[in-house]
Design a protein around this ligand. Structure first.
Ligand code: GLP
Length: 240
């Protein structure tokens, strides 16, 4: 079972996880981090800002979980832009060492395999940050995703498009497809750190941590991992 850490608020979670990431960077300056988008990991990136001031991060490598398909990488809501804005620039990482799946339609047929090969060539992810969707998705692995899945193109569910519509002018502007690391890809990371805050995530967290291991709730895949840590506030822990 995953280790569950209940903290007072999102800032405390950010501090806890940022301390662990700094420890990893000090131990291995070219550590491979698994980055996540969405609002959930933002407190981690925020807490890292002050902590990396005196740490050499020039060699740190990173792989993002997912990207929309058919969005211009320069679009402000592409995950490439979000990772650049929230992680690469404020932390002073080398952009050439931080990869995001390539969601451009040109070449999309081999983008998944290329991404898998790049993760393998880097020696795998040391610590994978994860948020969780209200329907239990991790990355963009929506309910029904195989536990053995690798990076591939998926269709977004209506629920996820609605959840993410707040970042776009209207729901019609939310892409229909995405490219996401698979559950199998995620499970190969050495340490999974799933964060969740607020009562809107309570049901998904309870399902992921204590529910049956089922493709209907992709987050439950963490129960198959030997080193998974779930960091939640009281509200997100309320159904445990
Ligand atoms: C998106 C992302 C997920 C993220 C989820 C939850 O769909 N692809 O990686 O975990 O949303 O988002 P938030 O953290 O904003 O609640």
């Amino acid at each position: 079972m995953a280790e569950v850490v209940i903290v007072e608020n999102a800032a405390a979670a950010g501090a806890l996880v940022a301390d662990e990431i700094v420890r990893l960077i000090r131990a291995d300056p070219s550590v491979v981090l698994g980055l996540a988008t969405g609002s959930t990991p933002l407190p981690v990136y925020e807490a890292l800002r002050s902590r990396v001031a005196d740490v050499d991060v020039s060699q740190v490598r990173g792989f993002a979980l997912d990207e929309y398909v058919g969005i211009d990488p320069a679009h402000p809501e592409s995950y490439r832009s979000v990772i650049t804005r929230e992680v690469v620039e404020p932390l002073g990482l080398d952009p050439a060492r931080i990869r995001v799946p390539d969601g451009r339609t040109d070449g999309i047929e081999h983008a998944g395999a290329d991404y898998e090969a790049a993760i393998d060539a880097a020696g795998g992810v040391a610590l994978q940050l994860l948020g969780i969707g209200t329907d239990g998705h991790i990355g963009f692995n929506e309910p029904g995703s195989s536990f053995a899945s690798i990076t591939r193109v998926k269709t977004l569910t209506e629920q996820t498009r609605e959840d993410n519509a707040r970042f776009f002018p209207s729901i019609d502007d939310v892409p229909m497809h995405c490219i996401t690391q698979g559950l199998g890809t995620i499970l190969r990371a050495k340490h999974l750190v799933l964060l969740a805050f607020g009562d809107g995530k309570a049901e998904a967290v309870a399902g992921a941590v204590e529910g049956p291991v089922t493709a209907s709730l992709p987050g439950s895949a963490i129960q198959l991992h030997p080193h998974a840590t779930v960091v939640v506030d009281e509200a997100a822990a309320s159904h445990l």
